[in-house]
Design a protein around this ligand. Structure first.
Ligand code: SAM
Length: 330
């Protein structure tokens, strides 16, 4: 079936939507948590029916890839049923999940049965007491069990996302890299971004992707660059002979906006054309007003046309986008 590409004003096609299914989270990461959560009632967050209606429209506009995120997506009930129904949408051929892994051990099997095949798990430390300090919860063991369950069931690749913060976890780069010698995981180091107006972000806290690669290459082994068929924003490398891969996501020091193909839907139904721009388009209102297909299409087109060429936050920027990541959907 021919699908017109959803094109922005800078010659980029949008084919990927990241949907936050809730702003709630079972962790309280110091750099990410919202001070309050939206009620999980129909009035505030999009219902599964509304998400499905929206994705059907997006699929008709050329979107073929969906990632579910949050908040913590696994705290929303029956997420597997949403995955199964997304899988039935004509044109959607890739569904993935970003989770903190706390509830994954139990949910991995139903999610797999629903058709999910790819999962990203966020984990900023391999030290249980540090985990508790960063996240406010003593759930390190649960996350490890979640990662093991995902590997055992066959999710591939299992990606482990590590936000690197100077003085917080930058002494664990080698330990994370060493995981790729043992397991077929992608360990992806993410540059700490200035998200959330009250965020603790400070330019000096950011460790650049280049510094990360240099340290691992100097202290472990020279990293070999790897190219993958369906690459995300990470630049990928491998330790010689390792089954896993190491990636860096350099949104700050060396952004990849020119290949950006994504839009985001917040839990409260706003379309964000750029993670780091507060310019949002309200879709909830039109979905609630009957979900007129033409109107939704028009708003999506407008939002995509408004996508800026680049996010414009330099490493030393003081500007921060006002929502914290848990309310946008990271
Ligand atoms: N709860 C899920 C999880 O933990 O993966 C999904 C949502 S969480 C907001 C997604 C990712 O955003 C996490 O890996 C988190 O560490 C990351 N994140 C939050 N704030 C960030 C920031 N300021 N800079 C970079 N990454 C950030």
């Amino acid at each position: 079936m021919f699908k017109p590409a959803l094109q922005d004003g800078h010659n980029r096609s949008v084919s990927y939507v990241r949907i936050s299914v809730t702003d709630r989270c079972n962790l309280r990461c110091s750099y990410c948590s919202a001070p309050t959560f939206l009620p999980h009632s129909r009035t505030q967050i999009l219902s599964y029916e509304e998400i499905l209606r929206l994705v059907r429209v997006l699929a008709g506009m050329g979107v073929d890839k969906v990632r579910l995120t949050g908040g913590e997506p696994l705290v929303r009930r029956h997420l597997d049923s949403l995955v199964a129904r997304l899988n039935d949408i004509d044109g959607i051929n890739d569904i993935s999940l970003t989770t903190n892994g706390v509830l994954l051990e139990k949910q991995a099997a139903p999610l797999w049965a629903a058709g999910l095949r790819r999962v990203n798990i966020s984990l900023d430390t391999l030290d249980p007491s540090r985990f508790k300090k960063i996240t406010g919860r003593d759930y390190f063991a649960r996350v490890l069990s979640g990662i093991k369950a995902a590997l055992k069931i066959g999710f591939a690749p299992v990606k482990i996302n590590v936000v690197v913060m100077r003085g917080v976890n930058d002494d664990e780069l080698l330990a994370f890299a060493a995981l790729t010698r043992k397991y077929p995981v992608h360990v992806r180091f993410i540059e700490y971004m200035p998200i959330g107006s009250s965020s603790l972000w400070n330019p000096a806290d950011m460790v650049s992707g280049a510094q990360i690669i240099e340290q691992i290459s100097n202290e472990m082994a020279v990293l070999e660059p790897v190219t993958v068929k369906l690459g995300g924003p990470a630049r990928l490398y491998r330790l010689p002979g390792a089954p896993g891969k190491i990636g860096v996501i350099t949104a700050m020091s060396n952004h990849f906006c020119d290949s950006c193909n994504r839009i985001r839907i917040t839990a409260d139904g706003h379309l964000r054309a750029c993670l780091l721009s507060d310019n949002e388009f309200d879709l909830k209102e039109v979905l609630r007003a009957g979900g007129d297909l033409e109107k939704i299409t028009e708003i999506v087109r407008q939002a995509v046309a408004s996508k800026s060429a680049e996010h414009g936050l330099a490493c030393n920027s003081e500007r921060k986008c006002s929502r914290v990541m848990s309310t946008i959907g990271g």
